[in-house]
Design a protein around this ligand. Sequence first.
Ligand SMILES: *[C@@H]1O[C@H](CO)[C@@H](O)[C@H](O)[C@H]1NC(C)=O
Ligand SMILES: *[C@@H]1O[C@H](CO)[C@@H](O)[C@H](O)[C@H]1NC(C)=O
Ligand SMILES: *[C@@H]1O[C@H](CO)[C@@H](O)[C@H](O)[C@H]1NC(C)=O
Ligand SMILES: *[C@@H]1O[C@H](CO)[C@@H](O)[C@H](O)[C@H]1NC(C)=O
Ligand SMILES: *[C@@H]1O[C@H](CO)[C@@H](O)[C@H](O)[C@H]1NC(C)=O
Length: 431
Amino acid sequence: MDRTVLLLSVLSVLRPAVVALDNGLALKPTMGWLHWERFMCNTDCVNDPDNCISERLYMQMADVMVKEGWKEAGYEYVCIDDCWPSHQRDAQGRLQADPDRFPGGIKKLADYVHSKGLKLGIYADVGVNTCAKYPGSLGHYETDAQTFADWDVDLLKFDGCFLDWTSLGEGYINMSKALNKTGKSILYSCEWPLYEWAYQKPNYTAIRETCNHWRNSEDVFDSWNSIRSILDWTAKHQDIIVPSAGPGGWNDPDMLVIGNFGLSHDQQESQMALWAIMAAPLFMSNDLRGICPRSKALLQNKHVIEINQDPLGKQGYRTAAMNSFEVWERIMSNNSLAVAVLNLQDIGGPRKFPIVIIPSWKICDPRCTVTQILPQYKEFGVQNVQSDIVFSVNPTGTALLKITAINSRFKPSHKLFWKNESIRRDQTNTL
Ligand SMILES: *[C@@H]1O[C@H](CO)[C@@H](O)[C@H](O)[C@H]1NC(C)=O
Ligand SMILES: *[C@@H]1O[C@H](CO)[C@@H](O)[C@H](O)[C@H]1NC(C)=O
Ligand SMILES: *[C@@H]1O[C@H](CO)[C@@H](O)[C@H](O)[C@H]1NC(C)=O
Ligand SMILES: *[C@@H]1O[C@H](CO)[C@@H](O)[C@H](O)[C@H]1NC(C)=O
Ligand SMILES: *[C@@H]1O[C@H](CO)[C@@H](O)[C@H](O)[C@H]1NC(C)=O
């Protein structure tokens, strides 16, 4: 084999499974803040000025993001969701912001957010109306794309309400082309597969060519049930969706609800750990102006963020499920693996998990280093296949580990060599 052929074959292993949208964006999962889960469609600025959907909300969020370490931690996009526009288009047929709640208009808001070194995201819908019945973009894709570009908006979340499902693909592709035509790179966040799954298996090759990330499953709520059901959906469809993720395009399991009301701290750690394993866009939907310090530290945990942002861009899988434990693993650069061990038992106390039963543990032959990232940072140093590390996982909590192979014969492969290996029964009996 000559040099060129060898190089090409190496490149073909590294190349993502399918071609990504070529707008130069989302080479790593997008990080930012999005209003929906926490602030929903609150338009009552008379009685609830601090929490209504208004320019003030995004300006305050941008201020806090700069002042309190969020920007430094990597959170970059301040994103508007539904309920920002006026119910009428302007005389030229363009969308316009609600004049009472956005007196300065979106362009001014974008300028403000940019002055803080952050980026602004906006929301629209592929159909006749948005999900909350504001004007949709159907029949106006080029106008709306140009309007967003003129306003200097950096990201578009494009919802999928009020369109016949057979036109979904066409609509999302047409908008993608319209965005490209503006000449401004605008990150394109889609909900195409979410709305198509009810009828048929979506075409992920086409989706990855069209969008920078895409929602697959239901909206996240502020509850452990919701987090669990998103994880279950993901594991059940992982063979279909995981190969489509990579630099330029990601599966989007929806917002982080960490720092709100519904999750215990262990459950918040589980969401953070699993969103890192899933290479998920990290959009917080919470109130950064008054977040509890523990949630803040978790959301800004640089070791977890490093896993989420790993440059190889391979999404992790669920690799084992037994005795109410689940193991999820993600191949990372530098012969490393991230491993999340989730204790789904929601009764009793912490349960023990011997590290040697992690399905890909053989990468520790002959040696590896092990670092626990969550719940506490702890370096276990060099280990081998006989390691006697046993860690303890709280009910509904997660232990997140990083394992780096040293001269292993079993290098973490780009083909997820461990996929669905069964764990020996005699090993799990000891749990
Ligand atoms: C538009 O698409 C072309 C071809 O895929 C790409 O080279 C170009 O960078 C895109 N431009 C923008 C602004 O996304
Ligand atoms: C997408 O664009 C094509 C070509 O212009 C057009 O025929 C089709 O109706 C459009 N579909 C939607 C949903 O906008
Ligand atoms: C999926 O989309 C790709 C790219 O647009 C296309 O080449 C392929 O034929 C489609 N597959 C199916 C089954 O429609
Ligand atoms: C592994 O594959 C088998 C057979 O295809 C299936 O029954 C089992 O549920 C899978 N296990 C996991 C953990 O996905
Ligand atoms: C991989 O290892 C090299 C050399 O130690 C280091 O410079 C680089 O930052 C590592 N990359 C990641 C993503 O950890």
